[in-house]
Design a binder for this molecule. Structure first.
Ligand code: GLP
Length: 267
């Protein structure tokens, strides 16, 4: 596992955006350019700076999304697209609407208004497979270490499915719902931990003091379904991009190790 520590949130976002950009460009210049680059994407406040920088590069003509297919991690169950807290709305508002050459038909987001959630999730997994899997999955994590909406004790081999949200997560996410946890949907559709870990590469953003415990559990803890993010330790292409603030619970040795080993930027 790589852990790339950046001084600030902005630098973390710049690093992550440059990494993704380099991967898309390398794909398009390589032997697999005939098929699209398949990019997994998260919502939440963590990736907003990454989306801004990717959109800037796209608008400046430095990076094209014409050959990119995206799959989002999750969606609240029961929120229509036009609800300003649906993840569909979030993704268009914060990212897709700012890209000059993203094809709408290449955007995949679980349908939170589906009448048959199980079928919707099965279809999603099949569609990911039809593209040959995900090349790079960017993600964030919750303060309890949840990845997508895979709350503590979700199986580490879980697939896309319906998830019940914990009270803790509804409280944390209530900041987007007028600070009323009851207004946060109780269920969501989410890719599984297994779905994320089938990707060739996984890039997880972890920033801020409130994620320090989760970062330590991800990097230093035992692999455990209690911290679903800890499954990253078993992935051969896992990168964590984090800021200084999130490093507060790492041991000094761990912190120094990753600063040392990452001294030379390896893109
Ligand atoms: C939600 C999303 C997760 C996201 C998490 C953290 O629960 N389902 O995918 O990682 O929020 O969000 P933030 O980046 O705002 O801390």
């Amino acid at each position: 596992m790589r852990v790339v520590i950046q001084e600030s949130y902005d630098k973390m976002c710049k690093w992550a955006a440059d990494y993704i950009s380099a991967r898309i460009k390398a794909h398009n210049a390589g032997p697999e350019a005939g098929r699209p680059f398949v990019l997994g994407l998260p919502t939440g406040s963590s990736p907003i700076g990454v989306y801004k920088e990717l959109a800037r590069q796209n608008q400046a003509g430095e990076l094209s999304f014409a050959n990119v297919v995206t799959f989002n991690m999750d969606e609240y169950l029961g929120l229509p697209h036009e609800h300003d807290q649906s993840y569909w709305y979030f993704m268009h508002d914060n990212f897709f609407d700012h890209l000059v050459d993203m094809k709408p038909e290449n955007i995949n987001i679980l349908n939170g208004m589906t009448e048959d959630p199980e079928e919707e999730c099965r279809r999603y997994e099949e569609k990911i497979k039809s593209y040959g899997g995900i090349d790079l999955f960017m993600g964030g994590i919750g303060v309890d270490g949840h990845i997508a909406f895979n709350e503590p004790f979700t199986s580490l081999s879980s697939r896309t499915g319906v998830r019940n949200l914990t009270t803790d997560t509804r409280i944390v996410n209530s900041r987007f719902f007028g600070n009323d946890p009851e207004k946060v949907p109780a269920q969501a559709l989410s890719v599984g931990v297994g779905t994320v870990f089938d990707s060739k590469e996984v890039l997880i953003l972890i920033n801020g003091h409130n994620k320090a415990r989760a970062l330590a559990a991800t990097v230093e803890g035992a692999v455990s379904q209690k911290w679903t993010c800890s499954a990253l330790q078993n992935h051969n292409g896992a990168i964590i991009a984090c800021d200084e603030a999130a490093c507060g619970e790492l041991t000094v040795d761990t912190y120094k190790y990753f600063l040392d080993i990452e001294k030379k930027e390896r893109l």
